[in-house]
Ligand binder design. Sequence first.
Ligand SMILES: [Zn+2]
Length: 196
Amino acid sequence: MTTLNVPLTIEKHRLRQARQVACDNHNERTEGEISLLVIHNISLPAGEFGGPFIEDLFCNRLDADQHPSFEAIASLRVSAHLLIRRDGSLVQFVPFHRRAWHAGVSLYEGREACNDFSIGIELEGCDDQPFTNAQYTSLTATTVALMSHYPDITPSRIVGHCDIAPDRKTDPGPYFDWQRYRQALTFSIEGGHATR
Ligand SMILES: [Zn+2]
């Protein structure tokens, strides 16, 4: 169990407390802007946790033969900046100043292509199961670190994938407790550090 209830550190656009995994699915942010945080969920196969397949997908090595549902996605070129596992541990695929490929066709306040200006965090999970306490703890600590390092990300500029691609996406889904997350954020910010 990894509980990240201490302030997290960002160095050279990488979270020091995250395991770093090499991933090719990113490109330059042409505007350099980082002003939105997008929360997702992912599990491969859907509803199953703990396997290697999310990392395989983001590293372009997902074996289509491993599960019937993989055939349709094995050739996708996708990524996120961070994955938060069920135990709260963090995996980073893309440094924050680079443009990860998590949002796809998307719209936020009249602006398309949210990948250009957002950071994407995947919670290992699905639309029909609660997320873990450890995930809320890690997500909150990560968000506090991101808002501190990239001040254009503010509490009002945190959205779900479903908010910026409502016709295509439902994640992070009905089990993601926005109120709990936002209260924990407020508590952490007012306390000056990430304590829960
Ligand atoms: Zn998503």
